[in-house]
Design a protein around this ligand. Structure first.
Ligand code: UDP
Ligand code: MG
Length: 334
């Protein structure tokens, strides 16, 4: 992928935020300190994913105070991946530095990512050394990786959302027309050249994680169904297994009758087989339904997100520091 010259900014820091009122200001301070030292022009773009706390107000103030800070506000909560994509699309820098808004990715480690910037690399993924997440969160990630390996979905191991991306690559991913997007898996799919580097990981600075177990399981399922049709094959195997059990039980009845003249009695085996077969059929139907539902959702062609407003610094836009654009046109790609 070639480096397009996207204006004079060098870095766009993209940060999705959802109820991060305690973190946005310290994040701007710490990131600015590091990037000021690096000495190349940059901007920090927050994408407010429908926060219901003081995050939007704080972002407004930050944008007024600091012309390097911009914010894109969604009309509601659309999810982290949508927020990240909006950040990519609004970025004006040649390179995008993506990080979480909860300070789990230490801004002081940014130079480790920047060290790999160059013409032969499209993405530098931060790999978390000593991940500081609760046990259930780490187990869920491991489970997700296991499922992905089984489904043969290509994804670099242990990568995090702390990463440096060539802007043209990031925009290419954000513009792919599919709805349910897993950017890291898609980056492999488009053939982006990547490398990994160890970065630190801190516990959340304030607030709570936005992911519970159900949400994580849901994400994994979405990823698998979005990237692989293998589940359909597995459910076919399950059907085959159930049919084999049925055939064996029938064979047993025939053998009993022919050899010992006994009729196999009892409803239990009958009920068990009906239940097994019924269950397998419902499972297969629901799985096929999942794929059909995705076709349906994709044909509706609704955008992945809607932008309520883009907030920019005083020196860039009007006195209130806000570009009062109503809901932005639906993003065609999403
Ligand atoms: N986030 C978001 N929208 C969501 C959920 C999360 O923009 O619906 C943001 C969140 O504010 C944070 C980042 O995505 O900046 C990662 O979320 P979180 O820290 O909750 O995830 P975890 O670190 O527990 O995986
Ligand atoms: Mg976090």
């Amino acid at each position: 992928m070639k480096d397009e010259d996207e204006g004079k900014l060098h870095y766009s820091v993209v940060v999705p935020v959802y109820n991060e009122e305690g973190n946005v200001r310290p994040l701007v301070e710490r990131v600015s300190k590091v990037l000021d030292q690096v000495g190349k022009p940059y901007e920090i773009i927050f994408v407010d994913d429908g926060s219901r706390d003081l995050t939007p107000t704080l972002l407004r103030t930050l944008c007024r105070e600091n012309p390097r800070v911009r914010a894109v506000r969604f009309t509601r909560n659309y999810g982290q991946e949508a927020a990240v994509q909006a950040g990519y699309l609004h970025a004006r820098g040649r390179w995008i530095l993506q990080m979480d808004g909860d300070l789990q990715n230490p801004p002081e480690d940014i130079p480790k990512l920047l060290a790999f910037e160059g013409p032969d690399i499209d993405i530098v993924y931060g790999v978390r050394k000593n991940r500081k997440d609760p046990l259930f969160r780490r187990m869920a990630s491991q489970g997700m990786r296991w499922v992905m390996r089984r489904m043969e979905i290509e994804l670099p191991e242990d990568i995090s959302t702390f990463r440096l991306m060539r802007a043209s690559t990031a925009k290419l991913l954000a513009e792919l027309p599919e709805r349910s997007k897993f950017l890291s898996a898609l980056a492999c799919w488009v053939g982006a050249r990547y490398t990994v580097v160890d970065v630190g990981h801190a516990p959340r600075a304030s607030g709570r994680t936005k992911y519970n177990l159900a949400k994580l399981l849901n994400n994994t399922f979405d990823l698998v169904v979005g990237f692989s049709s293998k589940p359909l094959r597995y459910v076919g195997l399950l059907g085959l297994g159930c049919a084999a059990i049925g055939a064996l039980v029938a064979l047993r009845a025939v053998v009993y009758k022919l050899i010992w003249g006994q009729t196999v009695t009892g409803w239990v085996s009958l009920i068990a087989i009906i239940a097994i077969l019924g269950g397998a059929q419902l499972l297969a139907l629901s799985l096929i339904g999942e794929y059909i539902a995705r076709i349906y959702i994709q044909t509706q062609a609704r955008p992945t997100f809607l932008v309520a407003e883009v907030i920019e610094g005083e020196s860039l836009k009007g006195p209130a520091g806000v570009t009062p654009s109503p809901v932005e046109l639906p993003h065609a790609s999403s």
